[in-house]
Design a protein around this ligand. Structure first.
Ligand code: AMP
Length: 663
């Protein structure tokens, strides 16, 4: 940016001259506001006073009123004034704008430097007047920048200068340093926000914002008036990205509902995970695990048991996961940033230099992970995907209120009739799983709950992790040590993640029978045999522990391929039962009692299946007394003690299997 000192109206020229100036500096901590003031004051011929709330009270922090009083006094003495305060929000500026009534010029100098630079400067400083330094500074800078509202002439400014880089700042410094006591500067807006921000329409729709991206280059140069800021503002703060990132914006919204709520297509969600890669916590991590369903936990375990700071792990999301079905998310990338908690491994212990390194590693791992997902999509056979022109994108769950979205340069997006596909099925066997086949979903992206096979196929895309039961069913001998029983038509095995004291699976061995939606009258005999086998095992367990109560049934929409009957004790006493999805899939109508399935298949040739999404919408209720509970820990502590009788509906038709002494 060239200096605009040449445009200064020197004393004796036309127009109003000699008015004191109030310059409201605007910028995040670390943007260089105080340095700017100091340099002008040191070198300018014009008398300047710096007003800073951190020191206004005899060198100590004071109030805004004190700032206003001191500023008014200085102006009356003919001095010009710098208001050295972040002033990022228009409301914060409004009080100072009242100084304009004192016949002075109101200027704004916006130090709109990259957030990264402000953060690193404020973290490193050691003697800040307001003690905003070290680790806490990063959080403050980020939170302030989220609220940033660029100034407008309509607020009462006669001149606004936007500086986006050090050379813009230097040019503006030169302007004010060169300003004589009686000189004035041209009115209007100079320079503008970084025009490289690409506003994604989806994001704007999501945010219900109508920001207009600017096409003009940064030009805070001398006297060249830019378009009024009202017309060029891009409200999303732009951060610096890596080479291959075409845009990065900070947006607010629910990371688990971007497609359904805002029409955004984000294939990949980056989850700020915990080191154990567990669903817990109250923030984004919990929200993502809960929205993705148990599939994510299972798939995560397959990839890694824990994560160290700076690392990321890419987890393909099952096509049966609600997050996949309704939001189009094909992968979750768990990423772990620097740790400042001494109770967790690899604590930084105040070493912010190391923290910055780890943070960089974390972002690098995240983007490399994302690139690997893009590349794996590109390897898919031609014709297996539709190019729809939009870019695969990754969305970083930063906090519930502030996810970040990034798009990478690639024009491939996998979408087919509202269903997002990944890893299309080199790994799946059978024609129904070949590349190009469609998952059985409705237009709204929901699994067809009524088994209404209009397309003639119940085929569904299964991720590699969801094939474990299928592999066992097809090759039981390879797994014989893990099996309780092997028969010609089914095998029996312990559930690997039992959700109760006793939880086994009776697994059909018939190829092509992936889930309940595939079942028809021809499978009636098999269903009856599976039921009988389940009963046999339940009765065996009841001999060992007569206090147990069993239920036999199928999930309406299973997460694992190959028809399997759950035989599960109703204590639900298990560390593996962790979330709403786990609970509701076993205790609501989503769990289809084997006896009912047999009856429906026999009468109608198909079973009634419940929509998977509804499972997450239902409350957490005790399966015995039906009382509602706010979360899983509270529910679990309730069910440990609840001895209410089971609901009458369960006591009928042999839905519950009890010890003879309890019937
Ligand atoms: P569903 O949601 O009906 O598909 O249930 C699948 C069940 O399979 C869940 O209860 C999982 O805990 C269980 N499971 C997942 N992987 C395995 C495995 N490799 N061996 C045995 N059970 C498994």
């Amino acid at each position: 940016m060239d200096t605009d000192v040449d445009d200064t109206c020197k004393a004796g020229g036309e127009g109003e001259k000699g008015k004191p100036i109030v310059v409201l500096l605007m910028g995040a901590p670390g943007s260089g506001k105080s340095t700017f003031c100091d340099q002008v004051i040191r070198s300018s011929a014009r008398p300047w006073v710096r007003i800073c709330q951190d020191t206004i009270n005899n060198g100590k922090s004071g109030t805004k009123v004190q700032c206003l009083k001191n500023a008014a006094r200085a102006l009356k003495e003919g001095k010009s004034v710098f208001i050295d305060r972040c002033n990022l929000e228009s409301e914060q500026r409004a009080d100072f704008m009242r100084l304009g009534a004192l016949q002075v010029e109101m200027h704004a100098v916006v130090l709109d430097l990259p957030a990264k630079l402000c953060v690193s400067r404020s973290v490193k400083r050691t003697d800040h007047e307001g003690n905003l330094q070290g680790g806490k500074a990063a959080a403050v800078v980020n939170s302030m920048l989220r609220k940033k509202e660029l100034p407008k002439l309509s607020e009462g400014f006669s001149r606004i200068v936007f500086c986006q880089n050090e050379s813009d700042v230097q040019a503006t410094l030169d302007t004010y340093i060169g300003l004589g006591a009686l000189d004035t500067l041209p009115h209007g807006c100079f320079g503008q926000k970084n025009p490289d921000a690409k506003v994604q329409l989806g994001i704007m729709k999501f945010l219900k914002k109508v920001d207009v991206p600017s096409n003009a280059r940064s030009n805070a140069s001398r006297g060249q008036d830019s378009a009024p800021p009202e017309a060029t503002e891009v409200k999303n703060p732009i951060c610096e990205g890596r080479e291959n990132i075409s845009s990065l914006s900070d947006i607010a919204g629910d990371i688990t509902r971007l497609h359904s709520r805002g029409g955004l297509h984000c294939n990949v969600i980056a989850n700020a995970a915990n080191w154990r890669l567990k669903p817990g916590g109250g923030g984004v991590n919990a929200a993502i695990f809960s929205a993705a369903g148990p599939a994510l936990e299972v798939a995560t375990k397959e990839q890694a048991k824990s994560l160290s700071p700076g690392n990321a792990v890419v987890v393909p999301l099952s096509s049966a996961s609600p997050l996949h079905i309704s939001e189009g998310v094909t992968h979750v990338i768990h990423v772990l940033g620097p740790n400042m908690n001494p109770n967790r491994p690899n604590c930084l212990d105040g070493d912010y230099v190391k923290g910055c390194k780890i943070l960089r590693m974390a972002y690098t791992s995240l983007f490399e992970g994302f690139l690997s997902t893009v590349r794996s999509q590109e390897k898919l056979p031609k014709g297996s995907i539709e190019k729809i022109g939009s870019k695969p994108s990754v969305l970083l769950g930063h906090s519930k209120d502030a996810p970040k979205i990034f798009s990478l340069k690639s024009d491939q997006k996998i979408k087919r009739d509202g269903v997002y596909e990944h890893e299309r099925s080199k790994k799946c066997k059978g024609s129904q799983n070949e590349v190009g086949s469609d998952i059985n979903v409705s237009r709204a992206g929901k699994v067809n709950a009524n088994n209404d096979n209009t397309g003639g196929s119940n085929s569904k895309v299964w991720g590699s992790w969801a094939q474990a039961l299928y592999n066992i069913a097809m090759h039981p001998q390879k797994h014989k040590d893990d099996l309780l029983e092997i028969a010609d038509d089914f095998v029996v095995l312990n559930d690997l993640y039992p959700k109760a004291k006793k939880h086994i699976l009776v697994l059909a061995r018939c190829d092509g029978l992936d889930h309940l939606a595939d079942v028809s009258k021809e499978h009636l005999q098999l269903l009856k045999m599976m039921h009988a086998m389940g009963l046999k095992w339940a009765e065996k367990f009841l001999l060992e522990d007569a206090s147990l109560v069993f239920r036999l049934g199928y999930h309406s929409v299973p997460s694992m391929r190959q028809l399997h009957l759950h035989v599960i004790s109703q204590d639900f006493d298990s560390k593996h039962l962790k979330n709403k999805k786990h609970w509701n899939t076993f205790t609501t109508a989503f769990f289809r009692d084997s006896v009912d399935v047999i009856e429906e298949i026999s009468n109608h040739g198909k079973a009634t299946l419940m929509d998977e999404e509804s499972v997450l919408l239902m409350e957490l209720r005790c399966h015995r007394c039906r009382s509602a509970h706010p979360n899983i820990p509270r529910l679990k502590s309730h069910i440990t003690n609840c001895r209410a009788p089971f609901p009458a509906s369960l006591l009928q038709n042999g839905r519950l299997v009890l010890a003879p002494s309890n019937t």
